[in-house]
Design a protein around this ligand. Structure first.
Ligand code: FE2
Length: 247
């Protein structure tokens, strides 16, 4: 099975649409790792688009906040604004869709979690230490996570002691497929709608579950289209500008 792995669309329809076009014909199912809404101007459009495709979906912390399941005081001022705005514009249909998901699931030999296998709604796996603790919280060989908006692989190597290797994004720039080998891995495909690794291009991954091959991809999308819509809705300046810089 060929899987399009995407995370953190964040209501950025221009980015989502561009990823779908870029990956067209290369996947049979979407695994979406959560945060469909929040930050961006197109929550209902993104829900409607995802629903058109064969997919499974997880719930992210922004999705949970929009549904009223997380205290919005946990978020910073700009994120808070976007959550309230999304609550105002979200249709009943979109809300019902978002309500249907959990934040963690297993598709052997993969665990999928929005943030981390330990705390699926809210934990940032940004360093080998946090990754090391999380390898004890899933049983499958491999785990896909989102949430940090930064593409990365953490590899667990066990000999006399356990070591965690972090493969930085530049390793994946080539777009070369890599084989998922014997080591256990935590893999983050990055963010479609709000990348934070100083590269504004939308990020995603393609996975072949039989060959156990995975590939990281980046694609330019029309950032200004999303920015103009955010300005139209009076969204905070910082949220608009960060899309151009990938931060
Ligand atoms: Fe997110």
């Amino acid at each position: 099975m060929r899987v399009l792995i995407i995370s953190d669309i964040h209501a950025n329809f221009a980015a989502f649409e561009t990823v779908l076009t870029d990956a067209a014909g290369q996947w049979d199912i979407i695994w979406f790792l959560g945060d469909l809404v929040g930050y961006g101007p197109d929550p209902n459009e993104c829900v409607a688009e995802l629903k058109k495709h064969n997919h499974i979906s997880l719930s992210g912390n922004h999705d949970q906040a929009v549904l009223g399941n997380l205290d919005i005081k946990l978020f910073n001022r700009e994120a808070n604004f976007a959550i309230s705005w999304t609550q105002d514009v979200l249709t009943e249909e979109s809300r019902a869709y978002l309500q249907a998901f959990s934040s963690k699931t297993v598709k052997e030999p993969f665990t999928l979690a929005h943030a981390s296998p330990r705390y699926p709604v809210w934990e940032y796996i940004i360093d080998p230490g946090t990754a090391a603790e999380n390898f004890d919280w899933f049983q499958t060989p491999y785990c896909f996570v989102g949430h940090t908006h930064v593409p990365v692989i953490f590899e667990e190597r066990v000999s006399s002691r356990r070591e965690i290797y972090m493969r930085a994004p530049f390793y994946m720039e080539s777009g070369e497929p890599f084989v998922l080998g014997e080591s256990r891995l935590i893999i983050n495909p990055g963010s479609v709608g709000q990348p934070r690794d100083s590269d504004p291009r939308a990020a995603y991954a393609l996975l072949d579950t039989e060959a156990l091959m995975c590939m990281f991809r980046r694609v330019e999308y029309p950032v200004q289209v999303t920015q103009r819509r955010m300005e139209k809705f009076g969204m905070p300046r910082r949220l608009v500008e960060r899309l151009a810089h990938g931060v």
